[in-house]
Design a binder for this molecule. Structure first.
Ligand SMILES: C[S@@+](CC[C@H](N)C(=O)[O-])C[C@H]1O[C@@H](n2cnc3c(N)ncnc32)[C@H](O)[C@@H]1O
Ligand SMILES: [Zn+2]
Length: 195
């Protein structure tokens, strides 16, 4: 496959890796780029089938493995992403624009949002914020970036990693006692998990 059209996005070769997802039109910040509702949960009884690849899967915080459909499976990672995955319920998710995106730009996620485990990879995102060697665990990010990404963690992730997020809150309070707006963002992100 060299190029495949999915309406508002196109899947085609990417300078980051293999195939990537590109905007076929401009998107405004906060706009849903596409909605992915047919995620398949991979289990022992229903494993990956011939032609399906592990790299096109996502691992939810509760340990479930899901196979991403087209075009979501082709979204590459960037350390300066243009979109994030917004969950509408546990496994239905959308790619949502972080900022205005021009037609032709690659749609990227930061895989470390909702990330855990100890996978380390060499990043080829080429962004100015690239850390080159990237660790899958959200809590390995620099504190400022954890704070920046807090509003984008899924409800499931916040439930599963509630204790670690509590410790992050304490670190933030200690390190940034004078930066009240940031602490307010943290409190409102956490408050939503207790309902
Ligand atoms: C969900 S797939 C993305 C689509 C992939 N480019 C393809 O053609 O199948 C995830 C895989 O793409 C590669 N990848 C994504 N972002 C990358 C990056 N920033 N640097 C290096 N490899 C990346 C890694 O091999 C990763 O396991
Ligand atoms: Zn990078």
């Amino acid at each position: 496959m060299t190029e495949r059209n999915f309406g508002d996005v196109i899947v085609k070769p990417s300078p980051i890796h293999g195939l990537g997802v590109f905007a076929a039109r401009g998107f405004r910040a906060g706009e849903v780029i596409f909605d992915t509702s047919e995620l398949r949960v991979i289990t022992g009884e229903d494993p990956l089938r011939e032609g399906e690849e592990e790299r096109h899967c996502d691992w939810l915080a509760d340990g479930r493995q899901i196979l991403l459909p087209n075009p979501a499976r082709y979204i590459n990672h960037s350390c300066n992403p243009s979109a994030w995955k917004e969950y509408r319920n546990v496994v239905r998710r959308c790619a949502t624009a972080f900022r205005d995106i021009r037609a032709g730009e690659e749609i990227t996620h930061d895989y470390r949002i909702d990330g855990f485990g100890d996978v380390v990879w060499e990043c080829n995102c080429r962004s100015a914020r690239c850390r080159k060697i990237v660790h899958s665990d959200f809590f390995q990010l620099p504190l400022e970036l954890q704070i920046e990404y807090l509003p984008y963690l899924s409800e499931l992730y916040k439930r599963v990693f509630r204790e670690k997020l509590g410790r992050l809150g304490q670190q933030m309070a200690a390190a940034q006692a004078t930066r009240r707006p940031t602490i307010a963002i943290f409190r409102s992100s956490i408050a939503r998990t207790s309902s």
